[in-house]
Design a protein around this ligand. Structure first.
Ligand code: PHE
Length: 406
């Protein structure tokens, strides 16, 4: 073959390669396609890894719905998730939010679960004008960060009141001990809200003891608690420590009921706490045996995908993603020009800013959204008002006990 004969096709191929590379544009990290990027962040690993895993699981079911119903697209643009692991650390939550916003150019963040971590990431979202929807952070301060921060769940003042009422009215308790995580905004806040209502109802907090997430040895605190002879121990913490505390309490001969909040919600609670956690009660966002049609349909879908039960975080994360998708779908249908600003091709432009402002307004306007965790209406402070469910742990199973309405 002569030189000229094979040079021609090579030159043509080179031209094609150059032309293709030029198509990349300013589409961010998505390789050039115009798409909608949504950030998910949470503790995929670490001390409370089921929180992050459940968030991711719930959001992925919502995306699977979108694929089934609309080819995974909103307004003609494919929706892509970017998931970041913050390892259960507040500093990493802030870093994850920075990365999702600056590098991945997400239009919204879904997360975090733990209030302290939502509080670390929220100021970054607020400053960048990017909406953040926490599925499950219950501390009041989270949405107070600013008008870009939303949540799908009830707040800890209501949750504290729920458990105090349940303790007095349903269990007839008068003297309660508190064991709280002093470094957790959630734990400190919930302990206070419980105390306020319990004292109002005539109860007494006989002793308060402290720990920090990651602790393994709770014997000193439980010895101090035992000496005050309480009717029950309220432990507003997360499942890993709660499970260990339950076992130590039983080993030390403390047999009174243990009470807690939604931070107990994990399949690992019973695995860690074993028999010691039987007879305990905690407030939660749902119970799997509730006859709600939306919930039951979600459970069927979740089972088909993961072959396991979701926890409440999975349901709240599913609702968070669906509320976000619904807001974007409304925007795409009614204001397609503004909506185009959400496309990754518009990252960094004034159109993007206008689109994010509008997205914020549409999320804020969420009313009577039929979620799998109940009906969601966001109030002027971007909070949802929803009933709380009390779960009893009986024979190693979570059993619905009662519902307390706001
Ligand atoms: N409400 C907890 C917090 O704010 C997080 C949580 C929600 C944990 C739901 C488990 C289930 O920190």
């Amino acid at each position: 073959m002569k030189l000229r004969q094979w040079l021609a096709p090579v030159a043509a191929l080179a031209l094609v390669v150059v032309a293709l590379a030029g198509c990349g544009g300013k589409g961010g990290s998505g390789g050039g396609a115009n798409e909608i990027v949504v950030g998910v962040y949470g503790s995929m690993t670490g001390n409370d890894a089921t929180f992050g895993q459940s968030t991711k699981g719930g959001v992925e079911v919502a995306l699977a719905d979108l694929v089934e119903q609309a080819g995974g697209k909103i307004g003609g643009l494919p929706v892509r998730l970017v998931v970041e692991d913050d390892q259960g650390k507040a500093e990493e939550a802030a870093t994850a939010a920075q990365k999702l916003i600056n590098q991945d150019q997400v239009v919204a963040l879904l997360g975090e679960v733990a209030s302290s971590r939502s509080l670390a990431a929220a100021p970054i979202c607020q400053a960048a004008g990017v909406p953040m929807i926490s599925p499950s952070s219950t501390n009041p301060k989270v949405t107070q960060v600013g008008d870009r921060i939303f949540r799908m769940c009830f707040l800890d003042d209501f949750q504290g009141l729920t458990m105090a009422r349940f303790a007095v009215q349903n269990l007839g308790l008068k003297k309660v001990a508190i064991l709280k995580d002093v470094k957790s905004d959630y734990s400190v806040g919930l302990a206070q809200y419980f105390t306020d209502e319990f004292v109002k109802l005539g109860g007494t907090i006989v002793v308060e003891q402290a720990y920090t997430a990651g602790d393994q040895d709770f014997s000193a605190q439980l010895t101090a608690i035992k000496s005050k002879n309480p009717d029950a121990i309220f432990i507003p913490g997360y499942y890993t420590e709660v499970g260990l505390i339950a076992r130590t309490a039983r080993q030390q001969g403390l047999t009174v009921p243990l009470l807690g909040g939604d931070g107990w919600e994990s399949e690992k609670l019973i695995e860690i706490g074993q028999d010691a956690i039987n007879g305990a009660y905690y407030s939660n966002h749902w119970a799997l045996d509730m006859p709600d049609t939306n919930l039951q349909a979600f459970l069927t879908k979740y089972h088909a995908k993961y072959n396991s039960d979701p926890d409440a975080i999975g349901g709240l994360a599913y609702d968070a993603a669906r509320v976000l998708f619904a807001a974007m779908q409304k925007m795409a249908a009614e204001e397609p020009t503004v909506f185009a600003g959400l496309g990754s091709a518009k990252a960094g432009t004034p159109e993007r800013k206008a689109a994010l402002d509008r997205l914020r307004d549409l999320i804020a306007a969420t009313r009577d959204y039929a979620g799998v965790t109940g009906s969601i209406t966001l109030d002027a402070n971007r909070n949802a008002s929803k009933p709380a469910v009390v779960i009893e742990i009986k024979g190693g199973k979570k059993v619905y006990n009662t519902t307390i309405h706001p």
